[in-house]
Design a protein around this ligand. Sequence first.
Ligand SMILES: [Zn+2]
Ligand SMILES: [Zn+2]
Length: 309
Amino acid sequence: MKCKKCNNGVLINDLCNDHFIEYFENIVKKTIKEYNLIEKDDKIIVATSGGKDSITILYLLNKFYNNVEALCIDEGIKGYRSKTLLTLKQFCKEYNIKLNVYSYKKEFGHSLDYFMDLISKYNKIKKLNIKPCTICGIFRRYMINKYSTGFDKSATGHNLDDESQAILMNLLKNQIPILARFGPLTGISNENLFVPRIKPLYFLSEKEILTYSYLKKFDLFYTECPYVPQAFRAEVRDNLNEISKSKTNEIKLNIVNNFLEISKKLKSKYKDTIQINYCTICNIATNKKICNKCELIEKINMVKKECKL
Ligand SMILES: [Zn+2]
Ligand SMILES: [Zn+2]
Protein backbone atom coordinates (compact mmCIF):
# COMPACT_ATOMS: atom_id res chain seq x y z
CA MET A 1 0.00 0.00 0.00
CA LYS A 2 1.18 3.49 -0.87
CA CYS A 3 0.96 6.68 1.20
CA LYS A 4 -2.03 8.79 0.20
CA LYS A 5 0.25 11.79 -0.28
CA CYS A 6 3.28 10.28 -2.03
CA ASN A 7 4.77 7.07 -3.44
CA ASN A 8 6.33 5.81 -0.21
CA GLY A 9 5.11 2.80 1.73
CA VAL A 10 2.43 3.22 4.42
CA LEU A 11 3.31 3.25 8.09
CA ILE A 12 0.06 4.25 9.84
CA ASN A 13 -3.23 6.05 8.92
CA ASP A 14 -2.50 5.54 5.16
CA LEU A 15 0.57 7.76 5.53
CA CYS A 16 4.33 7.23 5.16
CA ASN A 17 6.79 8.18 7.91
CA ASP A 18 7.30 11.78 6.79
CA HIS A 19 3.68 12.49 6.03
CA PHE A 20 2.60 10.98 9.33
CA ILE A 21 4.94 13.35 11.18
CA GLU A 22 3.51 16.26 9.19
CA TYR A 23 -0.08 15.12 9.89
CA PHE A 24 0.65 14.70 13.61
CA GLU A 25 2.27 18.11 14.06
CA ASN A 26 -0.50 19.78 12.06
CA ILE A 27 -3.14 18.36 14.39
CA VAL A 28 -1.29 19.76 17.40
CA LYS A 29 -0.98 23.19 15.72
CA LYS A 30 -4.65 23.12 14.69
CA THR A 31 -5.79 22.22 18.22
CA ILE A 32 -3.75 25.07 19.71
CA LYS A 33 -5.15 27.53 17.18
CA GLU A 34 -8.76 26.42 17.22
CA TYR A 35 -9.05 26.37 21.01
CA ASN A 36 -6.86 29.40 21.54
CA LEU A 37 -4.56 27.45 23.84
CA ILE A 38 -1.38 29.53 23.52
CA GLU A 39 -0.49 33.15 22.74
CA LYS A 40 2.77 33.83 20.93
CA ASP A 41 4.78 35.07 23.92
CA ASP A 42 3.25 32.84 26.59
CA LYS A 43 5.55 31.36 29.21
CA ILE A 44 4.69 27.67 29.20
CA ILE A 45 5.43 25.00 31.77
CA VAL A 46 4.97 21.37 30.73
CA ALA A 47 4.13 18.89 33.49
CA THR A 48 6.15 15.84 32.52
CA SER A 49 6.51 12.31 33.79
CA GLY A 50 9.14 11.16 31.29
CA GLY A 51 6.56 9.01 29.49
CA LYS A 52 5.80 9.22 25.76
CA ASP A 53 2.86 11.65 26.01
CA SER A 54 4.53 14.30 28.10
CA ILE A 55 7.89 13.96 26.29
CA THR A 56 6.10 14.41 22.96
CA ILE A 57 4.24 17.54 24.04
CA LEU A 58 7.35 18.95 25.67
CA TYR A 59 9.31 18.38 22.45
CA LEU A 60 6.64 19.97 20.24
CA LEU A 61 5.92 23.03 22.38
CA ASN A 62 9.65 23.65 22.67
CA LYS A 63 9.89 23.36 18.88
CA PHE A 64 6.99 25.78 18.27
CA TYR A 65 7.51 28.33 21.07
CA ASN A 66 10.33 30.20 22.77
CA ASN A 67 9.45 30.15 26.48
CA VAL A 68 9.06 26.51 27.47
CA GLU A 69 10.19 24.81 30.67
CA ALA A 70 9.56 21.33 32.09
CA LEU A 71 8.17 20.45 35.52
CA CYS A 72 8.55 17.04 37.09
CA ILE A 73 7.05 15.96 40.40
CA ASP A 74 9.15 13.29 42.06
CA GLU A 75 6.67 11.27 44.13
CA GLY A 76 9.33 8.88 45.36
CA ILE A 77 8.24 5.59 43.82
CA LYS A 78 11.08 3.14 44.12
CA GLY A 79 12.38 1.64 40.87
CA TYR A 80 10.08 3.84 38.79
CA ARG A 81 10.48 7.57 39.26
CA SER A 82 14.27 7.57 39.59
CA LYS A 83 14.54 5.92 36.16
CA THR A 84 12.00 8.16 34.42
CA LEU A 85 13.69 11.18 35.96
CA LEU A 86 17.01 10.13 34.46
CA THR A 87 15.41 9.79 31.00
CA LEU A 88 13.81 13.19 31.41
CA LYS A 89 17.05 14.84 32.51
CA GLN A 90 18.85 13.52 29.43
CA PHE A 91 16.02 14.64 27.18
CA CYS A 92 15.96 18.17 28.59
CA LYS A 93 19.72 18.43 28.29
CA GLU A 94 19.62 17.32 24.66
CA TYR A 95 16.94 19.89 23.72
CA ASN A 96 18.20 22.63 26.02
CA ILE A 97 15.03 22.83 28.12
CA LYS A 98 15.08 23.98 31.74
CA LEU A 99 13.86 21.19 34.01
CA ASN A 100 12.29 21.98 37.41
CA VAL A 101 12.07 19.02 39.78
CA TYR A 102 10.12 19.11 43.06
CA SER A 103 9.68 16.15 45.38
CA TYR A 104 6.99 14.92 47.77
CA LYS A 105 9.77 14.37 50.26
CA LYS A 106 10.68 18.04 50.36
CA GLU A 107 7.10 19.26 50.08
CA PHE A 108 5.31 16.84 52.42
CA GLY A 109 8.16 15.28 54.41
CA HIS A 110 7.90 11.78 52.92
CA SER A 111 7.75 9.82 49.65
CA LEU A 112 4.59 8.29 48.18
CA ASP A 113 6.00 4.86 49.05
CA TYR A 114 6.15 5.88 52.71
CA PHE A 115 2.58 7.25 52.68
CA MET A 116 1.32 4.08 51.00
CA ASP A 117 3.09 1.86 53.47
CA LEU A 118 1.61 3.82 56.34
CA ILE A 119 -1.89 3.80 54.90
CA SER A 120 -1.90 0.15 53.89
CA LYS A 121 -1.10 -0.76 57.51
CA TYR A 122 -3.98 1.44 58.62
CA ASN A 123 -6.33 0.20 55.88
CA LYS A 124 -5.87 -3.29 57.27
CA ILE A 125 -6.77 -2.28 60.83
CA LYS A 126 -9.59 0.17 60.09
CA LYS A 127 -10.69 -0.94 56.63
CA LEU A 128 -10.08 2.59 55.42
CA ASN A 129 -9.83 2.58 51.66
CA ILE A 130 -7.32 5.20 50.53
CA LYS A 131 -5.76 4.38 47.16
CA PRO A 132 -2.30 5.41 45.93
CA CYS A 133 -3.81 7.22 42.91
CA THR A 134 -5.95 9.32 45.28
CA ILE A 135 -2.92 10.51 47.25
CA CYS A 136 -0.95 11.01 44.07
CA GLY A 137 -3.77 12.88 42.33
CA ILE A 138 -4.26 15.33 45.21
CA PHE A 139 -0.61 15.98 46.02
CA ARG A 140 0.51 16.14 42.38
CA ARG A 141 -2.25 18.56 41.37
CA TYR A 142 -1.45 20.78 44.34
CA MET A 143 2.25 20.85 43.46
CA ILE A 144 1.64 21.39 39.74
CA ASN A 145 -0.61 24.36 40.55
CA LYS A 146 1.89 25.73 43.04
CA TYR A 147 4.95 25.45 40.82
CA SER A 148 3.18 26.64 37.65
CA THR A 149 2.71 30.04 39.25
CA GLY A 150 4.42 32.70 37.17
CA PHE A 151 3.76 30.87 33.90
CA ASP A 152 0.94 31.75 31.49
CA LYS A 153 -0.03 28.16 30.65
CA SER A 154 0.56 24.74 32.11
CA ALA A 155 0.52 21.96 29.51
CA THR A 156 -0.02 18.23 29.99
CA GLY A 157 0.25 15.26 27.65
CA HIS A 158 -3.37 14.08 27.98
CA ASN A 159 -4.42 12.35 24.77
CA LEU A 160 -7.57 11.20 22.99
CA ASP A 161 -7.64 7.90 24.87
CA ASP A 162 -7.33 9.60 28.29
CA GLU A 163 -10.02 12.11 27.44
CA SER A 164 -12.57 9.74 25.93
CA GLN A 165 -12.11 7.43 28.94
CA ALA A 166 -12.54 10.29 31.40
CA ILE A 167 -15.67 11.58 29.65
CA LEU A 168 -17.25 8.12 29.70
CA MET A 169 -16.25 7.55 33.35
CA ASN A 170 -17.88 10.79 34.46
CA LEU A 171 -21.02 10.05 32.45
CA LEU A 172 -21.26 6.55 33.90
CA LYS A 173 -20.74 7.86 37.42
CA ASN A 174 -23.18 10.74 36.91
CA GLN A 175 -20.55 13.36 37.69
CA ILE A 176 -21.64 16.04 35.24
CA PRO A 177 -20.22 19.03 37.19
CA ILE A 178 -16.79 17.35 37.05
CA LEU A 179 -17.25 16.58 33.36
CA ALA A 180 -18.02 20.26 32.72
CA ARG A 181 -14.39 21.10 33.57
CA PHE A 182 -12.97 18.94 30.76
CA GLY A 183 -11.77 20.01 27.31
CA PRO A 184 -8.51 21.07 25.63
CA LEU A 185 -8.53 24.04 28.02
CA THR A 186 -9.38 22.81 31.53
CA GLY A 187 -11.59 24.59 34.05
CA ILE A 188 -14.78 26.59 34.29
CA SER A 189 -14.50 29.90 36.03
CA ASN A 190 -11.37 29.76 38.10
CA GLU A 191 -8.91 30.45 35.29
CA ASN A 192 -7.80 33.60 37.06
CA LEU A 193 -6.99 31.68 40.26
CA PHE A 194 -4.89 28.94 38.70
CA VAL A 195 -2.61 28.91 35.69
CA PRO A 196 -4.81 27.64 32.80
CA ARG A 197 -4.14 24.00 31.96
CA ILE A 198 -3.96 23.03 28.29
CA LYS A 199 -3.94 19.68 26.47
CA PRO A 200 -2.59 20.12 22.93
CA LEU A 201 -2.56 16.32 22.26
CA TYR A 202 -6.32 16.22 22.82
CA PHE A 203 -7.19 14.79 19.39
CA LEU A 204 -4.31 12.32 19.05
CA SER A 205 -4.51 8.71 20.16
CA GLU A 206 -2.16 6.70 22.33
CA LYS A 207 -1.11 4.70 19.26
CA GLU A 208 -0.36 7.80 17.18
CA ILE A 209 1.73 9.31 19.97
CA LEU A 210 3.62 6.06 20.37
CA THR A 211 4.30 6.01 16.62
CA TYR A 212 5.42 9.64 16.62
CA SER A 213 7.78 9.18 19.56
CA TYR A 214 9.18 6.06 17.90
CA LEU A 215 9.81 7.89 14.61
CA LYS A 216 11.42 10.78 16.50
CA LYS A 217 13.61 8.22 18.31
CA PHE A 218 12.82 9.65 21.74
CA ASP A 219 14.65 7.74 24.41
CA LEU A 220 11.73 6.68 26.58
CA PHE A 221 11.19 4.64 29.66
CA TYR A 222 8.25 2.36 28.94
CA THR A 223 7.45 0.89 32.35
CA GLU A 224 4.14 1.87 33.88
CA CYS A 225 3.76 3.17 37.40
CA PRO A 226 3.88 0.17 39.77
CA TYR A 227 0.80 1.31 41.66
CA VAL A 228 -2.16 -0.22 39.84
CA PRO A 229 -4.44 2.26 38.08
CA GLN A 230 -7.97 2.71 39.32
CA ALA A 231 -9.93 -0.45 38.57
CA PHE A 232 -12.87 1.42 37.08
CA ARG A 233 -10.71 3.38 34.63
CA ALA A 234 -9.02 0.17 33.49
CA GLU A 235 -12.43 -1.40 32.89
CA VAL A 236 -13.68 1.59 30.87
CA ARG A 237 -10.41 1.67 28.90
CA ASP A 238 -10.54 -2.01 28.00
CA ASN A 239 -14.20 -1.87 26.97
CA LEU A 240 -13.68 1.27 24.92
CA ASN A 241 -10.68 -0.28 23.16
CA GLU A 242 -12.73 -3.37 22.41
CA ILE A 243 -15.56 -1.33 20.82
CA SER A 244 -13.12 0.86 18.85
CA LYS A 245 -10.97 -2.04 17.71
CA SER A 246 -11.68 -1.95 13.99
CA LYS A 247 -12.41 1.76 13.69
CA THR A 248 -9.09 3.44 14.53
CA ASN A 249 -9.94 6.77 16.19
CA GLU A 250 -13.51 7.18 15.02
CA ILE A 251 -15.35 6.14 18.18
CA LYS A 252 -13.02 7.97 20.57
CA LEU A 253 -13.23 11.10 18.43
CA ASN A 254 -17.03 10.82 18.42
CA ILE A 255 -17.09 10.75 22.22
CA VAL A 256 -14.79 13.74 22.52
CA ASN A 257 -16.50 15.74 19.75
CA ASN A 258 -19.97 15.09 21.15
CA PHE A 259 -18.77 16.31 24.50
CA LEU A 260 -17.20 19.44 22.97
CA GLU A 261 -20.48 20.15 21.20
CA ILE A 262 -22.24 20.55 24.57
CA SER A 263 -19.25 21.65 26.65
CA LYS A 264 -19.91 25.41 26.35
CA LYS A 265 -23.42 24.93 27.72
CA LEU A 266 -22.15 22.70 30.52
CA LYS A 267 -19.45 25.20 31.47
CA SER A 268 -21.88 28.09 31.61
CA LYS A 269 -24.47 26.03 33.52
CA TYR A 270 -22.01 25.00 36.23
CA LYS A 271 -20.13 28.28 36.32
CA ASP A 272 -22.24 29.73 39.13
CA THR A 273 -22.42 26.52 41.14
CA ILE A 274 -18.71 26.70 41.88
CA GLN A 275 -17.95 28.72 44.93
CA ILE A 276 -14.38 29.69 45.40
CA ASN A 277 -13.22 29.86 49.00
CA TYR A 278 -9.79 30.02 50.46
CA CYS A 279 -8.56 27.05 52.48
CA THR A 280 -8.70 27.90 56.20
CA ILE A 281 -5.38 26.12 56.74
CA CYS A 282 -3.16 27.04 53.79
CA ASN A 283 -5.16 29.81 52.11
CA ILE A 284 -5.08 28.42 48.57
CA ALA A 285 -8.18 28.68 46.38
CA THR A 286 -10.56 25.75 46.79
CA ASN A 287 -14.29 25.10 46.51
CA LYS A 288 -14.40 23.74 50.06
CA LYS A 289 -13.57 24.97 53.54
CA ILE A 290 -10.37 22.98 53.70
CA CYS A 291 -8.57 22.11 50.47
CA ASN A 292 -8.06 18.49 49.36
CA LYS A 293 -4.35 18.62 50.10
CA CYS A 294 -4.80 19.84 53.70
CA GLU A 295 -7.64 17.36 54.22
CA LEU A 296 -5.36 14.51 53.12
CA ILE A 297 -2.49 15.73 55.31
CA GLU A 298 -4.87 15.81 58.28
CA LYS A 299 -5.98 12.27 57.50
CA ILE A 300 -2.37 11.10 57.26
CA ASN A 301 -1.48 12.79 60.57
CA MET A 302 -4.45 11.09 62.22
CA VAL A 303 -3.26 7.72 60.87
CA LYS A 304 0.27 8.41 62.17
CA LYS A 305 -1.08 9.25 65.62
CA GLU A 306 -3.42 6.27 65.83
CA CYS A 307 -0.76 3.87 64.62
CA LYS A 308 1.77 5.57 66.93
CA LEU A 309 4.20 5.94 64.01
ZN1 LIG B 1 4.00 10.14 2.08
ZN1 LIG C 1 -5.15 23.89 52.32
